[in-house]
Ligand binder design. Structure first.
Ligand code: HEM
Length: 471
């Protein structure tokens, strides 16, 4: 029944009996629905929605968001889990809970220090150079040089993940049916049927799982477990463990030796889980931000020119690398502005672990609280002309003019995105390689403004551009 918020004296728009507010999302799209509901409650700090029959307390007030994400973190450690995933997906940091989360998070944070990221950047440089070479070859061999950015960038991101996370060399652009690509796509494309069941009838998922039906196919789980184990054994045999400087190496260094009592080590199953994090947390996110940024620079050539001018001044004829991309502040501003308009995680949540009062609102144990990131990023109270792409919002002079908790592309607090710095490095290296050799320009197939698909952060008409080689 939909009376939870009425009892709590919290506003909530009328909900359909079976679907709650998910019905509107199915009809109008998840982004429009989030914005429309958010805008109904202009002067409120919170409002309620229902996913199917589950109440979700949405937080609009940035000070309250800060309180939940940071100050009262201990009462809001975990995320909601829709599925009871099978190992090794169950062991991923994203889905871990309480003490096991704390343990693995500590180790994962050690693998994302600046020194480690710098070492991993070599792999990103190599893969970015391969991408640019391929784009040149494509141009030389093909009359039709229109490019759909999301498609091509997704292949690149996948090649990076295969290399850095699994020690596997692939080229998905030339060979899209390689088993790594097929299984990786399989793991992020949960079937719409399962998603709907998770929303409306979570009990049915439990039954299905008891009957042996899994959210991610068994063959996919076995494939990843096998290639990770093979890579680890290979490196150990060849004395290469710890010398390749990729993410897998860092995990191998954290592996628990039998008999060890140190709390700083991971079990083999936890290692499998963290390698998979790259696919589930780092694949679609990076390819979305990279392709949308390139596209927004295409339709706003004046900003693209500034980025390229800055690159010419700060990188010159050198190849882009970890050190020389640090000074590309205008590129940072463009990436930030893309993630404001198109945040890959457009909705973040936490589960309340015990009855807690936040800013005078009593939140009961087990209630899901959510931060409507997409709508916060377009709230005119925090952003002037919120629908416009204006990188200057993030300049040194302007960046303090928005509330820090009204901008959450990587979340915030102890449970924020652990891969943030790695992601920003990969985005800047790839963008620098591409924009050093090419200027993206519009073509006949370019459609702008972008119309998003109903349930995914994907441009309905694609992100079509032409790449013009720079002299
Ligand atoms: C542009 C790219 C990315 C974006 C926009 C992004 C965004 C996010 C967001 C919003 C969260 C939730 C934060 C919260 O709940 O407060 C998150 C969590 C996480 N992200 Fe990312 N992410 C990106 C790339 C990556 C990459 C490349 C990796 C790993 C290699 C990664 C690993 C993770 C992990 C492990 C978590 C869960 C952290 C935890 O539960 O402790 N992300 N990310």
């Amino acid at each position: 029944s939909h009376d939870t918020f009425q009892k709590m004296n919290i506003d909530s728009p009328p909900a359909s009996r079976l679907l709650g507010h998910f019905g509107a999302a199915l009809k109008k799209g998840i982004f429009t629905t989030q914005l429309e509901i958010y805008n109904l409650y202009k002067d409120k700090k919170v409002y309620g929605t229902y996913d199917g029959c589950h109440p979700v307390l949405n937080i609009k007030d940035p000070d309250m968001i800060k309180e939940i994400m940071v100050k009262s973190f201990n009462s809001f450690v975990n995320r909601r889990s829709f599925f009871d995933l099978d190992p090794p997906f169950k062991e991923m940091l994203v889905s871990l809970k309480d003490d096991q989360w704390k343990h693995v998070r500590k180790i994962m944070s050690r693998t994302f220090t600046s020194g480690q990221i710098k070492r991993m950047s070599k792999h990103m440089e190599r893969k970015s150079q391969q991408l640019v070479d391929l784009l040149h070859r494509k141009q030389e061999s093909n009359d039709d040089d229109d490019i759909e950015l999301k498609n091509i960038i997704s292949c690149f991101t996948l090649d990076v993940i295969a290399s850095v996370g699994f020690g596997v060399e692939i080229s998905s652009m030339e060979n899209p049916d390689n088993p790594f690509a097929v299984h990786a796509k399989q793991s992020i494309n949960l079937s719409p049927l399962l998603l709907s069941l998770a929303f409306f009838a979570p009990w049915s998922l439990t039954l299905l799982q008891k009957a042996g039906v899994s959210t991610i196919p068994k063959a996919t789980r076995e494939y990843f477990t096998k290639i990770i184990d093979a890579a680890i054994e290979n490196r150990k045999e060849e004395g290469q463990a710890g010398k390749v400087n990729d993410f897998l190496d860092l995990l191998i260094n954290s592996e628990e030796e039998s008999g060890q009592t140190e709390k700083y080590y991971l079990t083999r199953s936890e290692i499998h889980g963290q390698a998979l994090v790259f696919i589930l947390a780092g694949y679609d996110t990076i390819s979305t931000v990279l392709s949308f940024t390139l596209f927004l620079l295409t339709v706003h050539p004046e900003y693209c020119q500034i980025v390229q001018k800055e690159m010419d001044e700060k990188i010159g004829n050198e190849s882009p690398n970890y050190d020389n991309i640090q000074g590309l502040t205008y590129m940072d501003m463009c990436l930030n502005e893309t993630m404001r308009l198109y945040p890959p995680a457009f909705f973040i949540d936490r589960v309340c672990a015990e009855d807690t009062t936040v800013h005078g609102i009593q939140i009961p144990k087990n209630m899901v609280v959510a931060f409507p990131v997409y709508a916060l990023h377009r709230d005119p109270e925090f952003w002037t002309e919120p629908d416009k792409f204006q990188p200057e919002r993030f300049s040194a002079e302007n960046k303090d003019s928005h509330h820090p908790y009204a901008y959450l592309p990587f979340g915030n607090g102890p449970r924020n995105c652990v891969g943030m710095r790695l992601a920003l490095m990969e985005l800047k290296i790839a963008l620098s390689y591409i924009l050093k050799d090419f200027t993206p320009v519009t073509c006949e197939k370019t459609v702008y403004p972008i119309k998003l698909k109903k349930l995914q952060l994907i441009a309905e008409d694609g992100l079509w551009v032409k790449l013009s080689a720079r002299k």
